[in-house]
Design a protein around this ligand. Structure first.
Ligand code: DQA
Length: 145
């Protein structure tokens, strides 16, 4: 199974970015963790991050064309981007929305997600383990399901 693990703005700064909220694991550690779990599960995973919305849209379009499943942390675009939601709605394989923090326990503007209505599943508040949970859930799904 092809899986794209895609990360939105500011996530490359993990490790130093508000560690009280996002933890001390670096972005490099997150990438390594995803590759290790994907390898264990026999998934073909690529892990990427961008601060540029047009680049993220291109990656989602590519995933739609390739029939790849997507694990997406849309970061701040979660709460702002109709364009990203529209792109996600074109995906043909499952989309799992992941947040490191429990966005529902934070500021009210983080409670609304433009992405959740077009996601198959949402994981929030599990830190970087949320990515591993998403990959495990995808790997356990029946083919074509
Ligand atoms: C986040 C939560 C968002 O509200 C925030 O803008 C982020 C990270 C998370 O992983 O908890 O950048 O998606």
């Amino acid at each position: 199974m092809l899986v794209r693990v895609l990360n939105g703005p500011n996530l490359r700064r993990l490790g130093t970015r508000e560690p009280d909220k996002y933890g001390t694991a670096t972005y490099a550690r997150l990438v390594e963790h995803c590759h290790a779990v994907a390898g264990e599960l026999g998934l073909e995973a690529t892990v990427r991050q961008t601060d540029a919305e047009h680049e993220m849209l291109g990656w989602i379009h590519e995933a739609a064309d390739d029939g790849a499943a997507v694990v997406l942390n849309p970061a701040a675009w979660t709460h702002t981007s109709v364009a990203l939601r529209d792109a996600c709605a074109m995906l043909t394989a499952p989309l799992v929305e992941v947040h490191l923090t429990n966005v529902h326990a934070r500021e009210p503007f983080r409670h609304r997600s433009y992405i959740s209505p077009v996601a198959a599943a949402v994981i929030a508040g599990c830190g970087i383990d949320g990515y591993a949970l998403a990959l495990r859930w995808l790997a356990a799904r029946p083919a074509g399901g």
